[in-house]
Design a protein around this ligand. Structure first.
Ligand code: DGL
Length: 269
């Protein structure tokens, strides 16, 4: 069936508090380079990991509702574990398009671990979610899942993409906190359950060492988006765009990094 032009140019909306969502966008670019994208960063709301469940749910569903009206996306991806584990169902109730969430990659981690001890690094809000309890009960039975809330890793990820140096002591402390938990020395697989954290993969790998495998859900999420868009036509009417809820002055230092992800326009939402 031939699509209307307005349908062909409808973007995929990728939403996060900040640069973490770029880790999902990078995987999507590999699988579906022709899809027009709007990358939305709720920089005015960052960090979500320190907010209450009610605050995150209200903010994410309100913003995504308004963004959908303005940008008319064909699909929305909540590229944020904190927002997804809290508000995915609510957002699905609000939007009339497919909504893909980002949830901790506990299932693949459980299939990979040899020692049976898995670490999970996320925001404080993510690690306490019943959604994570359910994933653990369903996929990690008989394994040990050690969770650590490391919200302090979000800022270094934001800084790194702005070309600033990463404070290694922050990485060292987060890794040590996970390792110091009972059985922590047996961890051989770590789930990066915050989309910001894969941006620090070199620093985290350096600290965990070669024997620990780090995994995140970005490839699986991109695959899910591709399967939901199967058979659709795409046309890029304008350069892909990044929008921020925060101040443009705070976002502009990201322009080089955003350009590397094919986001050549920057606007305020
Ligand atoms: N990128 C977000 C996540 O995956 C978290 C960053 C924040 O705390 O806002 O959870």
């Amino acid at each position: 069936m031939e699509l209307e032009r307005s349908e062909k140019i409808a973007p995929v909306l990728i939403f996060d508090t900040g640069v973490g969502g770029l880790t999902v966008l990078a995987e999507l670019r590999k699988l579906l380079p022709e899809a027009p994208v709007i990358f939305a960063a709720d920089q005015a709301g960052l960090p979500y990991g320190e907010k209450t469940e009610a605050e995150v749910a209200a903010r994410v569903s309100g913003l995504l509702g308004r963004m959908s009206e303005r940008y008319r996306p064909r699909l929305a991806c909540i590229a944020c574990n904190t927002a997804s584990t809290i508000a995915l169902d609510m957002v699905r109730d609000v939007l009339e398009i497919p909504v893909v969430g980002t949830v901790p990659a506990i299932k693949p981690a459980a299939a990979m671990t040899k020692t049976g001890v898995i670490g999970l690094l996320g925001t404080k809000a993510t690690i306490r979610q019943p959604y994570v309890d359910r994933l653990e009960a369903r996929f990690a039975q008989g394994k040990t899942l050690l969770r650590h809330g490391a919200p302090e890793l979000v800022d270094p990820a934001e800084a790194k993409l702005r070309g600033k140096p990463v404070d290694r002591s922050i990485i060292q402390r987060a890794v040590a906190a996970l390792r110091e938990k009972p059985q922590g020395e047996k961890i051989d697989t770590v789930v990066l359950a915050c989309t910001h954290f894969p941006l620090l993969i070199e620093e985290l790998s350096g600290e965990f060492g070669q024997r620990v495998r780090l995994i995140d859900g970005s490839h699986g999420i991109a695959q899910r988006i591709v399967s939901l868009l199967d058979g659709q036509d795409f046309e890029r009417a304008a350069p892909d765009m990044a929008v921020t809820t925060g101040l443009l002055d705070d976002f502009m230092p990201l322009s080089d990094a955003l350009g590397r992800y094919g986001l050549d326009r920057i606007e305020r939402f």
